[in-house]
Ligand binder design. Structure first.
Ligand code: ATP
Length: 222
């Protein structure tokens, strides 16, 4: 039996605005085990991004808890949560993954520096893996949507995380690039990394170890 890296228990998340109240997560529980690729699917607005943010401890759920490697993230201070994230969790959001004033290579180098592991060979290898080595000196504003997603993926993988949480990593890329990303995922999975991907791609879902469906903030396991 492979090790459980991440566990979420009974997560609830409410959003209150002046006009409305949204119950974005209604008791979501899941586990993420070593080496698996889990596709998180569901209609727009079903709560996928909210769930990823809670799992990554970028957002704090209103109810329930998240454990990473047996450590309850929801109990830690903000600083300690950020430290755990920097060390072991890779995150790819739908946007805002890149610092606009840094080149692609410097964006990838930054998370490595934060954990004291900057290594030029690793920067080059990651950029080659996502097919962006020849764009390493470009700034984010000079990238296409698909290139920016791949650069964000290289940044998310730069701290050699045990888990990767990715929101639509293949949303704006062509079929060849999607295959390249899945090949990269497979190589990382072989070394034990677990990946949870929010996606609308049926191609990616077919490639996944399992598919989970979110509807109206509730999880359905296929
Ligand atoms: N900060 C917020 N304030 C108010 N409502 C929010 C906030 N973030 C999310 N919501 C609401 O919570 C629900 C879930 O949103 P979420 O972004 O998690 O969905 P999603 O499944 O990721 O959608 P998509 O596939 O379009 O990215 C939606 O109704 C959304 O409007």
């Amino acid at each position: 039996m492979t090790a459980c890296l991440l566990e979420a228990m009974d997560l609830y998340r409410f959003f209150h605005t002046q006009e409305s109240e949204t119950l974005a997560l209604r008791g979501v529980s899941l586990t993420l085990r070593e080496g698996e690729l889990v596709a998180l699917m569901g209609p727009s607005g079903s709560g996928k991004s909210t769930l990823l943010a809670c799992l990554a401890s970028l957002d704090v759920p209103d109810g329930g808890h998240v454990e990473f490697l047996g450590m309850r993230l929801t109990r830690l201070s903000d600083a300690e949560r950020a430290r755990r994230r920097a060390q072991g969790i890779g995150i790819l959001l739908q946007s805002g993954n890149l610092f606009s004033g840094l080149t692609v290579a410097d964006n990838v180098r930054l998370p490595m520096r934060l954990i004291g592991q900057a290594n030029e060979k690793c920067v080059d290898a990651l950029l080659a893996d996502v097919g962006l080595w020849d764009r390493r000196h470009a700034y984010p504003g000079q990238l296409s949507g698909g290139e920016a997603a791949r650069a964000g993926l290289a940044v998310a993988l730069a701290n050699a995380p045990q888990i990767l949480l990715a929101d639509e990593p293949t949303g704006e890329v062509d079929a060849e690039t999607e295959l390249r990303i899945l090949t990269l995922f497979d190589r990382r999975r072989e070394s034990g990394m677990a990946i949870l991907v929010a996606t609308h791609s049926t191609f990616l879902a077919r490639h996944a170890s399992r598919v989970i469906q979110l509807r109206d903030g509730r999880l359905h396991h296929d």
